[in-house]
Write a protein that binds this ligand. Structure first.
Ligand SMILES: CC(C)(COP(=O)(O)OP(=O)(O)OC[C@H]1O[C@@H](n2cnc3c(N)ncnc32)[C@H](O)[C@@H]1OP(=O)(O)O)[C@@H](O)C(=O)NCCC(=O)NCCS
Length: 190
């Protein structure tokens, strides 16, 4: 999904929705997942882990912007002040992740969030989002938690944010080149 200047062949209008939560009491926790899951915070900057989840989670959903990032770019991202990576594990297997980004003025962005393809539909998405938002509110000085999603993300992404208490606070329209299918987490089929 490459960002382009305007309409053209293979180009699709993509609606990007920003959502926010302005008080911790607005969080509506998700149901308990159908599987036992563990959440682990990366205790040191882990560029490989961040890149792994970006590809494994976003491969089916046109997360293309960072595919050509260099090691130094990944290192700068995970090493930036206020960055946190939380990974979710089921039976010793990585199942999903959340990356938080503390920003000036008390904003915490849920910058990246999602599950690996085999873990959708088990109640993990609602649970993981609940844990990520709880953590965001624990960060000192948080006044607003926000996230953006677009209509190329999973069809249940927006519903999950709304179900947890996020409220839409803005939309923008971008033009994205979707002439090639999303490459998936793997080369070739899986
Ligand atoms: C979006 C995603 C996190 C949902 O995870 P999931 O484990 O399938 O979702 P859950 O079963 O926990 O359900 C969470 C919420 O999603 C919504 N949802 C789930 N399945 C749904 C369905 N079939 N129809 C409508 N809404 C649905 C509901 O709002 C639900 O909350 P509720 O049970 O309190 O009503 C997951 O599909 C995913 O990671 N997708 C790929 C990456 C992505 O799109 N990430 C978001 C980028 S912004």
């Amino acid at each position: 999904m490459t960002l382009v200047a305007g309409p053209g062949p293979g180009v699709r209008e993509v609606v990007v929705t920003e959502l926010e939560m302005t008080a911790p009491g607005l969080l509506r926790p998700g149901r308990a997942p159908a599987v036992e899951a563990t959440l682990v915070r990366a205790g040191r900057p882990a560029p490989e882990l961040s890149r792994f989840f970006y590809r494994a989670v976003g491969g089916d959903w046109y997360w293309l912007d960072r595919l050509d990032w260099t090691y130094d770019q990944w290192r700068a991202w995970v090493g930036s002040p206020g960055h946190e990576l939380w990974s979710c594990w089921v039976d010793g297997v990585p199942a999903g992740y959340a990356e938080l980004d503390r920003q000036p003025g008390g904003d915490v962005e849920l910058a990246y969030f999602g599950l690996l393809p085999g873990f959708a539909g088990l109640g993990l998405g609602g649970w993981l989002l609940t844990r990520a938002v709880e953590r965001a509110w624990q960060v000192e000085g948080t006044r607003r938690v926000w996230v953006h999603t677009c209509d190329l993300d999973s069809p249940t992404a927006l519903a999950n944010y709304r179900a947890r208490g996020f409220v839409p606070c803005g939309t923008t329209v971008e033009h994205r080149d979707v002439s090639a299918p999303s490459p998936g987490p793997w080369r070739g089929s899986r």
